[in-house]
Design a protein around this ligand. Structure first.
Ligand code: PFF
Ligand code: NA
Length: 437
């Protein structure tokens, strides 16, 4: 859409944003981060972070995009603040960094589609995860997933994927609800719900310092914030769109899918007696749990293919949104056609993703760095700009199309200025302390 069309219909924008938001962040990261950060305590911090930090920050990105109708870097010059272009650059870089290992996990999903068809993981779900998640196999799978993403963007056929999103989100919800209902009958169900949903207040307080950075980072990752995506998408939105209602719909849908994933994953993990908080229960939580589940139900192979097929569509639509953002920016600024840009960026992504494909320890490091440094920095800079530099102009932009916000506009502005900024500064301090000190 580099010729500045607008979304033909309002659902066009909301659906595309949901397609970007709902992805591996919900299905893979959310159970993974919950497992490795203390279970229900993490879930509580995460939900608070989504409501108080993620949602207002998303509206800030929407305001920036719709105010300028231009990509996330040029938006700042358009508003007369050239120096702030670096913030847009940081967002593009953050997305690039994340996409490098997102592709690797996308490759795992491809492997699990094949593995389901052959029943390859039925006898040893944890061992199978270990064998496909790292090494040469993982590199090949990463390359195939990346080739799909690059191919779709280079050919400019994202429309197809956007249409697939319409089917994808309802099918994820239906599949997940069905799986969750089956999982509820397992012997480990009660222990699973307990781990996922009933926080121990003592542990919450004691571990707040290590949980908060990941909870805030998870809110940003899952909502596609700090990666220039939401700025770009909202730059195609017209003035009569209610950004608050749109943002609310995106946040609620996205949260629901994550919660469903947890309701499926934890009862299975506790039923099979997996080590929940580390190893396979960490980055492997989704894969090991669902594979173990499909190994025991009738028509497990069919279920597996369908389930991982849907996960693949979710992962593709998210990865495409990110590559598309990078290509759109480069396309706006340098006169290189997209069918050259997309493969060129793809090769760079492949190389940056190699360590993550070869060794999950590297993947975890890239991931932690994104959560604890790139995402918070990027969202912080945007919040400071929108809250303190744009200020009341931002409120006026947000108000447009809402039919009046009442005091809501001021509440939002001060939330961005103070709550979002303070929460991120805390996150950065805690995260950097944990990673480097
Ligand atoms: N919101 C996406 C998700 O939850 O999966 C995050 C995302 C990551 C989007 C990587 C795009 C992307 F390439
Ligand atoms: Na998400």
């Amino acid at each position: 859409m580099s010729d500045r069309e607008t979304w033909a219909t309002r659902p066009g924008f909301v659906l595309a944003a949901i397609g970007s938001a709902v992805g591996l962040g919900n299905l893979w990261q959310f159970p993974f981060k919950t497992a490795t950060n203390g279970g229900a305590a993490f879930v509580v911090f995460y939900l608070v972070a989504v409501a108080l930090v993620g949602f207002p920050a998303m509206l800030a990105e929407f305001v920036l995009g719709r105010r300028t109708h231009v990509n996330a870097v040029d938006a700042f010059s358009r508003l007369g603040h050239r120096k702030w272009r670096a913030v847009g650059g940081l967002a593009v870089l953050t997305g690039f960094w994340i996409l490098s290992y997102y592709n690797v996990v996308g490759g795992w999903v491809l492997r699990y589609i094949l593995g389901s068809a052959r029943g390859a993981y039925f006898s040893d779900p944890a061992g199978y995860f270990g064998s496909v998640s790292a090494g040469l196999d993982a590199v090949v799978a990463q390359a195939v997933f990346l080739a799909l993403v690059v191919g779709i963007v280079a050919l400019g056929i994202e429309d197809g994927i956007e249409k697939a999103t319409k089917v994808m989100v309802p099918s994820i919800v239906v599949l997940m609800v069905a799986l969750a209902a089956w999982v509820a009958t397992l012997p480990g169900a009660a222990a699973g719900y307990d781990f996922f949903l009933s926080p121990d207040p003592g542990a919450m307080v004691a571990n707040a310092g290590t949980i908060i950075p990941f909870a805030v980072g998870q809110a940003f990752f899952t909502l596609s914030l700090g990666m220039a995506i939401m700025v770009t998408y909202s730059s195609y939105v017209g003035g009569d769109d209610n950004l608050v209602a749109d943002g609310g719909a995106i946040v609620v849908t996205n949260t629901l899918v994550g919660i469903l994933a947890g309701l499926v994953v934890f009862p299975i993990l506790l039923t099979i007696g997996a080590e929940v908080t580390t190893g396979t229960g960490g980055a492997g939580a989704l894969f090991v749990a669902t594979a173990a589940g499909f190994g025991t139900v009738p028509f497990g192979r069919l279920f597996g293919v369908v389930f991982f097929g849907v996960v693949l569509i979710a992962a593709l639509s998210s990865a495409i949104s990110l590559l598309e953002t990078a290509v759109a920016y480069a396309n706006d600024n340098y006169d290189v056609p997209r069918h050259y840009l997309a493969p060129a960026i793809g090769v760079a992504l492949f190389l940056l993703g190699l360590p993550s494909a070869l060794d999950t320890a590297w993947l975890t490091w890239f991931d932690s760095f994104a959560y604890q440094v790139f995402l918070p920095l990027s969202v912080l800079a945007t919040a400071v700009f929108v809250g303190w530099v744009l200020g009341r102009d931002a409120v006026a932009e947000l108000r447009e199309g809402t039919g009046g916000l009442g005091a809501g506009g001021e509440v939002w502005l001060w939330t961005v200025r103070v709550v979002v900024v303070a929460a991120i500064v805390l996150t950065l301090a805690l995260g950097i302390n944990e990673m480097f000190l």
